[in-house]
Design a protein around this ligand. Structure first.
Ligand code: ATP
Ligand code: MN
Ligand code: MN
Length: 373
């Protein structure tokens, strides 16, 4: 219920990074529908419409009460006519017919299937859809060329579309730390991404690695990956070398940190003490296997960039996008996973913690569990 003494406009700030957004909230039925509309718009190549639905959903995720009428939504930032129609429909009928229709449409279902392959983005999926691909077996057509990421993604499709549980993530963490500490015992290793935000499951497990001595980080990822490979637990990986990222590059989806995008064979708990089998990488039935495939991201950041890398890799994606938009629009500062830059003075602004970055931006600190925007 909206408190009578408070104007909703003054209670919901326009940028997601100015709000607290928990994983669980009071308007899930509505935000589920809006999230589907956002995804469908993205599948149709309408980034602008997609972002509009995402923003509306994000505002409702941060509301401290359950909407009782569409009237209550009329004063909310980013909740325009289309969003209000969705809210009204759900409050009256309990379903959003537009979202239902989209979800069951052939295009949505195929795009969902194809973008569920590791290495396949919306553009590739759309091209394949136009070429007549409707299911995974259609990808065996020799006219469809798969790159190596996509081949690995297809080979491990079932496992990689199985949510990674927190228990899985903790076992991956054990494996990653055990491996990395062999080479440098006093590394700082943090599990980032959705699990740091308190999610109970995810699509992968993300790690950020740093050390005050830059020498300690040099060649580390390669050694770690070689080690995991020798244990027979590496199914696939690609290395991205460190690259120079320009200060003005504020894109959310790529940074210049040295990164390993990997697929590990995670032994099942009951078999982890026995000799691990070497996974052939082939598609034996999951029950017959002693392991499951898991996507793992390993990111190495120089010590002075660590707080920025941590902020950038904790997510959510929408929270990151909003932080960067806020920095630029409201403070004329450019923020990315490497640093904060004053473009007018042409200098970077250092920080030693996430708290300090929020403070430099004039924002109240938002702890990771409240960044589920
Ligand atoms: P999930 O549980 O589905 O994995 P997640 O929030 O952990 O959810 P990820 O895709 O793993 O999602 O991304 C985590 C964070 O890292 C996001 O905020 C994203 O912006 C950032 N990120 C992901 N990939 C990259 C990349 N290649 N370069 C820079 N940042 C990235
Ligand atoms: Mn993740
Ligand atoms: Mn990731």
């Amino acid at each position: 219920r909206v408190p009578d003494d408070k104007d909703p406009l003054s209670t919901v700030a326009p940028y997601a990074c100015q709000r607290r957004t928990s994983i669980t909230h009071h308007n899930a039925q509505i935000t589920d529908a809006l999230d589907i509309l956002a995804k469908a718009a993205a599948f149709q190549g309408s980034e602008v419409r997609s972002l509009a639905f995402t923003r509306a959903a994000s505002v409702l995720k941060s509301l401290p009460y359950k909407l009782q009428s569409v009237e209550e939504a009329k004063n909310l930032v980013w909740c325009g006519g289309h969003c209000q129609a969705v809210i009204q429909e759900i409050l009256e009928d309990g379903v959003c017919h537009e979202a239902e229709a989209l979800m069951t449409s052939e295009q949505y279902r195929c795009m969902e299937l194809l973008t569920g392959i590791y290495g396949v983005g919306v553009r590739t999926a759309e091209r394949w859809y136009k070429e007549g691909v409707r299911n995974l077996s259609d990808l065996e057509n020799p006219n469809i060329k798969l790159n190596s990421d996509q081949k690995a993604g297809l080979a491990h499709y079932t496992d990689l579309n199985q949510p990674v549980t927190r228990e899985d993530a903790e076992r991956v963490e054990h494996m990653v730390k055990d491996t990395l500490y062999r080479f440098v015992p006093d590394l700082k290793i943090t599990m980032t991404g959705g699990f740091l935000r308190g999610k109970q499951q995810g699509h992968d497990v993300d790690f950020l690695i740093t050390h005050p001595d830059e020498e300690a980080l040099s060649g580390l990822l390669k050694k770690a990956v070689d080690w995991i490979n020798r244990q027979g637990l590496l199914l696939y990986h690609t290395m991205k070398a460190r690259s120079h990222v320009h200060a003005y590059k504020r894109s959310t989806h790529m940074d210049g940190h040295e990164t390993c995008y990997a697929i590990f064979a995670l032994p099942h708990p009951d078999t982890s003490n026995s000799e691990s089998e070497v996974p052939g990488g082939d598609l034996t039935a999951p029950a017959a296997r002693a392991w499951r495939a898991v996507r793992v991201d390993l990111v190495v950041a120089p010590y002075n960039e660590y707080p920025f890398a941590l902020l950038g890799w904790t997510g959510s994606k929408h929270f990151e996008r909003e932080l960067r938009r806020f920095s630029w629009n409201e403070k004329k500062l450019s923020l990315n996973s490497h640093g904060l830059y004053d473009m007018e003075k042409n200098c970077s602004i250092p920080a030693t913690s996430e708290e300090e970055i929020f403070s430099l931006l004039g924002l109240q600190y938002v702890p990771p569990p409240y960044r589920n925007a």
